[in-house]
Design a protein around this ligand. Structure first.
Ligand SMILES: Nc1nc2c(ncn2[C@@H]2O[C@H](COP(=O)(O)OP(=O)(O)OP(=O)(O)O)[C@@H](O)[C@H]2O)c(=O)[nH]1
Ligand code: SF4
Ligand code: SF4
Length: 332
């Protein structure tokens, strides 16, 4: 099992300021979101492929090796990055995922986002290798709808639910269920999803995700997120605000419901504290921007990784900004 939060001697403010990664908008980077493969066994209708150009699903040969992934994390950890999220594609396509996890330095949290289809058999080994928790995509509890949304074959929904149970048993908790809301398809299932989560008594939480209509064909599925968030707030006995994206967590009848609302939301971008890394080894300053990537694949040593990491952080800019900030930038 990995060591958590090692005790460290207190450092001076000057030493500390040198050891953080902060962009020119005052946003400190405390997490990396690392895609370890573009491969996937599903074809979800809303897939943003982690912001890669459409259909840029690279072959296995282009994926970062465990040594590079761990080298990047080690360098970032020196600057206070303490949360790592592994994503894909489908990260469980990587047979060496456990090897990757085993070579990470001590961190506050290591998590992964998976579609859950391959999770049942891997949950224990992933936990033993150092994974703390998982997010599992689950957009519907109705098999036909699930298959329509994800392109999965019949029987897949049962596999995902068995995967969730295995993750809970293995202690990969809290398991977050990612439900992307699609008007007219699954937006009538929020309450049934809350009922699904309830018996897990806090070991499973629900995360509602606003669709990112990066493709105009998706616009008709956009729900009215502001109205939904207002109704969640009215039903909640308690509301918590996370630092990351200033996301709200609503406690409703004892069930925790987190809301991810990235579209046209300057508050979301103002509290963006993660830097992305693509499966083919590029730092990606923003999910929705593709012309400012920093290639780290060929980095030969830790000094080079550090230099490239700082360059990527310097290129970070909130995708959505308050009108007042935009006006100031235009004048400058
Ligand atoms: N625009 C934007 N969307 C994001 C960002 N991070 C997460 N999202 C959205 O949130 C979805 C769920 O993200 P997950 O990978 O499950 O992880 P998370 O909820 O961000 O992270 P944790 O709460 O730490 O587990 C993603 O598929 C995106 O749609 C971000 O930085 N920018
Ligand atoms: S499971 Fe994830 S990576 Fe695979 S198609 Fe769906 S959204 Fe995209
Ligand atoms: S700046 Fe905004 S859109 Fe870009 S990654 Fe951060 S939260 Fe997402």
């Amino acid at each position: 099992m990995k060591q958590k939060n090692p005790e460290k001697a207190p450092e001076t403010a000057e030493e500390n300021s040198k050891k953080i990664l902060e962009d020119s908008y005052g946003r400190r980077v405390t997490g990396l979101r690392i895609s370890i493969t573009d491969r996937c066994n599903l074809s979800c209708m809303y897939c943003h492929n982690e912001g890669a150009d459409c259909c840029a699903r690279g072959p296995v040969g282009n994926e970062m090796k465990p040594e590079l992934i761990c080298g990047i994390v080690r360098e970032a950890a020196k600057f206070g990055v303490n949360k790592i999220k592994f994503s894909g594609g489908e990260p469980l396509f990587r047979k060496d995922f456990e090897e990757i996890l085993s070579c990470l330095p001590p961190l506050k949290e290591v998590s992964a986002t998976t579609n859950g289809i391959l999770l049942e058999k891997r949950a224990r080994t992933l936990k033993a290798a150092g994974l703390d928790r998982v997010n599992v995509s689950l957009d519907s509890l109705v098999p036909e709808k699930y298959e329509r949304i994800t392109g999965a074959s019949p029987g897949s929904l049962e596999k995902v639910i068995r995967g969730i149970d295995s993750a809970v048993e293995a202690g990969l908790t809290p398991v977050k269920l990612n439900m992307v809301l699609l008007k007219g398809i699954n937006d009538d299932e929020i309450d049934s999803m809350m009922e699904f989560v309830r018996p897990y008594k806090g070991m499973v939480i629900l995360q509602l995700i606003e669709l990112m209509d990066i493709d105009p064909r998706l616009s008709k599925y956009m729900i009215n997120s502001k109205a939904l968030e207002k109704s969640l707030a009215e039903r909640a006995s308690e509301v918590k605000v996370r630092h990351l994206h200033h996301r709200r967590k609503y406690i409703i009848d004892g069930v925790e419901v987190e809301f991810v609302r990235p579209m046209d939301n300057s508050e979301f971008c103002a509290y963006c504290s993660r830097l992305r890394v693509t499966a083919d080894g590029k730092f990606k300053p923003c999910l929705l921007v593709n012309d400012n990537l920093v290639d780290v694949m060929g980095a030969k040593n830790s000094e080079e990784i550090e230099k490239l990491l700082k360059l990527a952080v310097s290129r970070r800019k909130p995708y959505c900004m308050p009108v007042s900030t935009l006006e100031q930038e235009e004048k400058a």
